[in-house]
Ligand binder design. Structure first.
Ligand SMILES: CC(C)(COP(=O)(O)O)[C@@H](O)C(=O)NCCC(=O)O
Ligand SMILES: [Mn+2]
Length: 860
């Protein structure tokens, strides 16, 4: 990795590099937490002429896990992106080591994948309040990890404010060309991030999946203070074809003069209550209330922005600031839409992507731009917007660091999360600071005391819009408090997980959609909102108990409930607030939110309760799936009997045929005649811990093993509800193995019974590479599974598998009910929700689903 080198005084002369690195290291360690990445200066060499004031230093042995930070300092806003390294989530335990070696997955850093896992954070500040940006960087100590480097920066402010960064933080800014950055940022987003682009017409947001092989050419319109219009033909291939000086700065500047608003967001918020027909001259004003239909203009179309203000004797103070703001917003958005379309027409482009912080996820702005493009192109061209709209330049600057490997990242390696602390907004801090749990809790408590309703961060409510010709007055935002009331960002933190892979047995990864239930359907959202809200008190009880029921745990429990309710409220207000969101995402958001408030495993006490019954081996995966602490109906049942009583009742009630009953087909396949009857390798996606495993999946695994099938038990990587994790599985298997020879032998050979083995390394040297029983993690932290993002070890074992068994409602119904695989698939679940049973199968709660999909039938 290369970068410019200078010490705090900006002078690198007079000290040997070795001395320098020693001093720097010692100094650095004093105020650095141990989890912070260290610079490896060994082997460092000056790359350019050593007489230069800031020669470039090459650090050949530096691992990639240092902070990267990039800036886009525009005329109005500073956009900052920084990368923080992932903490290791769990120890690289014996099981993982064994599996990785057996599967030939290179352990440690993989050369083919030069970046380590980490997170990309997106933050913005007003340029006029540069100090807030510098304070933020200092408070997060982002500058300490990068003492030898310059930060990549773009935008005019990279020149204008370079000295401030040098003086306050001792960091130089390495300037990158703005247009280059915009294009690199847009290309990265459109290629690497799933559903980054969306259309917005008449209040309706629709996500668009761009085929990365069919991306170019397109028109990129970046609306910052001014507007750049760029024709993009490929990576690094572009031309700035036009621009306009009437942009975001114009709206803010004129708005400030005319309304006395103090900030852009205040001005934008004001427009929500405006009625621009008091300011604008409409076609109807000229035509006596009629449309000018001959040329396609409705009465409500603006004939002349601000046209009405000239013909009256009114002064500025006689006009409502709300109306002025809306009128300005319409004038500027419409104008940009029109100019953009004319440029698209000039170059024969159909797709126009709009970015820049002028848009701010503001529905009215997007609708106006879309309307202009649609109207003038007669529906031929399409306006599209980007979820990371404001960060194109900063992302591009970030991409210009060499060797971070980000340019190779693909959608399946990125997971977006929405912690309560993000996004951080400069200026008034409305939300809790990132990362600090205690402050986050206090922040939540403040709202609990006030009894105020809060919604999670992100943009403003969509206004009511009408069709052709104009828009109705936008609806007001009401009096809900947002955790981030001033500036809206509808993006989360991007987690980069280089080890995630697309499940290789998916029949058609392009067509694959994990979610069965789409929450963009408002009825669905309302229903699941109620289900999850009602489940909350019980979940909080369990979570608090899992942490010993202490006062601290109770405090965190309350804060979690507030935070998750705020997310739910946010989604109810704007279902697309977090991008394309299905039920699986919502269920995982709940687990992530628990983890954010440091509940490591909320159902641990429940899982442990089952341990005494581990020996009870009874067949019946379906019946055992009744043990689900995520289902309201089932939790109610648990008050009425012991686990074993409920299980017995569950089995007794199971009358065949089940609601979906392909059992006979599966049996025929299992018992069929000929040589090729046994499956070679089965992947068993196991679900709820204890009863499900012991009463359901282990007996099935045993049967498969008996028939010579290699069995891979696939468990969650992180706890989710009461589901068993991959780390917990070996212990359960070991316990069961004490009572079953088949399991014992298989487990020993699979490296699951370490006590029984002298040395794993000796085991690994054995020639026989067949492993009868393995445990692998799935890469997931929710109760569902998205097969576009699975762990590398699962992807590796999947390559030889010819049978997949998905157990449980989350993995087989909420997700993957419609998924098709390139091998046989058995989907087993009990439907523990009345509405879902009716909707999916016209059935009833506790119905069972046994769907067998032999590969011949699933191939198109
Ligand atoms: C979270 C779950 C999908 C877990 O089910 P499982 O995969 O364990 O069978 C399920 O508990 C669920 O959808 N619960 C919410 C709906 C309800 O309470 O009825
Ligand atoms: Mn489960």
């Amino acid at each position: 990795m290369a970068g410019n080198f200078s010490d705090d005084e900006g002078n690198s002369k007079g000290k040997s590099l070795e001395e320098f690195s020693k001093v720097k290291r010692e100094g650095k360690e004093m105020h650095r937490s141990s989890s912070r990445p260290q610079l490896d200066l060994s082997g460092a060499a000056i790359q350019s002429n050593s007489e230069e004031r800031n020669p470039t230093i090459l650090l050949p042995n530096q691992s990639d896990d240092i902070f990267h930070l990039a800036l886009d300092i525009g005329g109005s806003l500073i956009k900052l992106i920084y990368f923080s390294r992932h903490e290791e989530l769990s120890q690289d335990d014996k099981r993982r080591r064994f599996i990785k070696k057996r599967l030939g997955i290179f352990n440690g850093k993989r050369r083919s994948c030069p970046i380590l896992g980490g997170r990309l954070h997106f933050v913005k500040f007003e340029t006029g309040k540069l100090n807030e940006c510098l304070d933020f960087i200092s408070s997060k100590q982002l500058h300490l990890g990068v003492i030898l480097f310059c930060w990549k920066a773009t935008g005019g402010g990279a020149y204008k404010y370079a000295d401030d960064f040098k003086e306050r933080l001792g960091v130089s800014l390495d300037k990158e060309d703005e247009m280059n950055c915009l294009v690199a940022g847009a290309n990265f987003l459109l290629k690497a991030i799933r559903h980054e682009a969306f259309t917005h017409m008449e209040g309706q947001k629709e996500f668009v999946q761009i085929d990365q092989h069919d991306l170019f050419p397109y028109l990129l319109v970046n609306i910052g203070s001014g507007v750049s219009i760029i024709k993009v033909d490929g990576d690094g291939k572009f031309q700035r074809v036009s621009g306009t000086n009437v942009g975001g700065g114009t709206y803010w500047g004129l708005g400030k003069l005319l309304t006395k608003c103090k900030s852009f967001d205040e001005l934008l918020e004001l427009s929500q209550k405006g009625d621009s027909s008091n300011i604008d001259m409409l076609v109807g004003d000229i035509y006596g209330g009629l449309d000018y239909s001959k040329i396609g203009l409705s009465a409500s179309t603006i004939a002349s922005s601000f046209g009405k203000t000239v013909s009256t004797s009114k002064e500025l103070l006689d006009f409502r600031p709300e109306d002025i703001s809306l009128s300005l917003l319409r004038m500027i958005s419409y104008n940009i839409g029109q100019i953009s379309y004319l440029n698209a027409l000039r170059y024969g482009l159909k797709r126009i992507f709009f970015g820049g912080f002028f848009i701010r996820g503001h529905a009215y702005t997007m609708d106006t731009i879309s309307f202009a493009v649609h109207f003038w192109s007669k529906g031929q061209a399409q306006a599209m917007f980007l979820r990371h709209e404001g960060f194109l330049g900063a992302l591009g600057a970030f991409m210009s660091y060499e060797k971070h490997g980000l340019d190779d990242l693909m959608a399946h390696q990125l997971v977006e999360r929405f912690p309560m602390g993000a996004p951080y907004v400069g200026g008034k801090i409305h939300g809790p600071p990132l990362g600090d749990l205690n402050e986050k809790i206090s922040w939540m408590e403040k709202f609990i005391q006030k009894g105020t309703k809060i919604t999670a961060p992100v943009p403003m409510a969509p206004p009511g819009t009408t069709g052709m010709g104009g828009f109705e007055r936008p609806s007001s935002r009401g009096n809900t408090l947002r955790s981030d009331a001033s500036a809206a960002l509808n993006i989360g933190v991007l987690h980069l997980v280089p080890s995630l892979e697309v499940f290789p047995l998916l029949a058609d990864p392009k067509k694959y959609e994990p979610n069965t239930v789409d929450l963009l359907d408002h009825n669905e959202l309302e229903y699941w909102f109620t289900v999850l809200s009602e489940h909350m008190p019980d979940l909080v009880d369990k979570a608090v108990a899992s942490e010993g029921g202490t006062d601290d745990a109770k405090r965190r429990g309350e804060a979690f409930a507030r935070a998750f309710s705020a997310h739910l409220a946010r989604l109810m207000e704007e279902p697309a607030a977090y991008g394309k969101f299905g039920l699986a995402n919502l269920l995982e958001l709940r687990e992530e939110c628990l983890r954010e408030f440091q509940f490591r495993d909320a159902y641990i006490t429940i899982k442990q309760r089952f341990e005494g019954r581990l020996l009870t081996l009874i067949e019946g995966v379906l019946a055992a799936n009744i043990f689900d602490w995520g289902s309201r109906a089932c939790v109610d049942l648990y008050h009425e009997g012991t686990i074993i009583e409920i299980y017995r009742m569950s089995r007794k009630k199971m009358q065949r045929p089940w609601r979906v009953d392909d059992f006979d087909m599966f049996k025929r396949r299992m018992l069929g005649s000929g040589d090729n009857t046994s499956y070679k390798r089965a992947l068993l996606f196991v679900d709820n811990s204890g009863a499900d495993i012991v009463l359901g999946m282990l007996p099935l695994a045993r049967e498969l093993l008996r028939r010579g099938t290699e069995v891979v038990l696939v468990g969650n990587s992180l706890p989710a509800l009461n589901d068993v994790t991959a780390n917990e599985l070996p212990e359960i298997v070991a316990e069961a193995a004490k009572h079953c020879d088949i399991l014992r032998k298989a487990a020993e050979a699979g490296g699951l019974l370490f006590d029984a083995m002298v040395d794993i390394e000796d085991e690994l040297k054995k020639k026989d590479t067949s492993v009868p029983l393995m445990v692998v993690e799935n890469g997931c932290g929710g109760p569902c599974i998205d097969f576009r993002q699975v762990s590398s070890e699962l992807a590796a074992v999947a390559k030889d598998a010819d049978l997949i068994i998905l157990e449980g409602m989350g993995r087989a119904l909420h997700t993957n009910l419609n998924a098709r695989f390139r091998c046989d698939a058995l989907k087993l679940a009990m439907v523990k929700n009345q509405r879902l049973a009716e909707k999916l199968f016209s059935g009833n709660i506790y119905d069972c689903v046994c769907r067998f999909e032999p590969v011949e039938n699933t191939q198109p």
